[in-house]
Design a protein around this ligand. Structure first.
Ligand SMILES: [Zn+2]
Length: 352
């Protein structure tokens, strides 16, 4: 059994009007990583002051038009970088509508940008679409496999997406980054170690157990897209943190095409809800085992979170000192609340 630990604290204060008010804070500990998430719904008033109605949609529309001209990803076929023939023979690698090219400023031995669809310079999450996301996921899997085939040491990989400036992106045209290196990623290694330790301790796979329990509890379970299971993190380390879990598959290096479509369908729905909630910027990353065949004690999963709304002078409220430097975050909304909103997007699909 997974223990969903939680401690409630109360605080009293005199508000500016002279009234004594009491607030309740719930501290939740993640059962696997032990990070702590604090939830105080009274903070939603403070959050409103930060959000001021969310993204400035007019500003984003203007930004979309302004950045289209001169966008290097719109004209990637003519003006983009290319891999040397001994790295990727094709120079630019295409799967469906997605195109991979080397990052102009590399951070590791293999650093690629996977443009979802060069023909679609869209800066609204709901317009990105599951088809382009699925192509980019399949393309990322192909890149991870090719890097490994070329050099057996190049197995440690992270695939992710930053969207819009507040989401950590410098170029707005929708794209993934595919990173492969010979040195393990600390966060991926920690998760692999904790998952293996859980199985040694209990004889069960943490991720299978998690999905089973979340289905029973029901309030954080969102639904399925294909075989992929979606839940809101019990103790979110990031804002509106949602996980898409691929049961029995440990690595992008072994992800079947049908599951890539399942993951893409779920991502498209989650980011559309983020948009509806006023947070167009988002960030996600795949947690993927460097070695295939780990599906018995680890499940490939994608973690998504919403980022500060797109508007001028936005506040970086998700990178204040506790989440940024200490590792624990505070939330104004319980995961059960936004899980409920996202679940509505899953209507008609396998909720079991
Ligand atoms: Zn573009």
């Amino acid at each position: 059994m997974i223990e969903f630990a939680s401690v409630v604290e109360k605080v009293r204060l005199i508000d500016p009007a002279g009234h004594e008010v009491e607030q309740q804070i719930e501290h939740r500990t993640d059962p696997l990583t032990s990070t702590v998430a604090s939830i105080n719904s009274a903070l939603s008033e403070k959050a409103k002051a930060f959000l001021l109605g969310g993204t400035d949609v007019q500003l984003l529309r203007e930004y979309q038009e302004k950045t289209r001209e001169g966008c290097p990803f719109c004209s990637v076929a003519e003006k983009g970088t290319r891999f040397p023939a001994d790295v990727i023979e094709e120079g630019q690698l295409r799967v469906g509508r997605s195109v991979a090219v080397p990052n102009l400023f590399s951070k590791m031995a293999f650093d690629a940008v996977a443009i979802l669809d060069p023909a679609r310079h869209v800066l609204f999450p709901s317009q990105i679409g599951p088809e382009a996301l699925a192509d980019a996921i399949r393309l990322s899997c192909e890149l991870v496999c090719r890097a490994r085939a070329r050099d057996a040491a190049q197995v440690h990989h992270v695939v992710g997406m930053n969207f819009l400036g507040p989401g950590g992106s410098s170029l707005p045209h929708p794209h993934f980054q595919v990173h492969v290196r010979g040195v393990p990623y600390s966060g991926v290694s920690r998760l692999l170690r904790s998952s293996a330790a859980f199985q040694q301790r209990t004889g069960r796979d943490y991720w299978t157990e998690l999905i089973e329990q979340e289905k029973q509890i029901g309030t954080r379970y969102i639904g399925r897209s294909g075989r992929v299971e979606w839940v809101a993190a019990y103790a979110p380390a990031h804002q509106r943190e949602i996980w898409g879990v691929v049961p029995g598959i440990g690595s992008l290096a072994e992800l079947p095409a049908a599951d890539a479509e399942g993951v893409a369908a779920g991502i498209a729905k989650v980011i559309s809800v983020y948009e509806a909630l006023g947070s167009h910027p988002f960030t996600f990353a795949f947690f993927s085992s460097p070695q295939p065949g780990r599906g018995k004690d680890f499940a490939l999963h994608v973690k998504l979170c919403s980022r500060p709304p797109f508007r001028s002078m936005y506040s970086n409220y998700d990178t204040w000192f506790t989440p940024k430097l200490v590792g624990d975050d505070v939330h104004t909304q319980a995961p059960e609340e936004y899980a409920g909103l996202i679940r509505k997007q899953w209507s008609g699909e396998g909720r079991s």
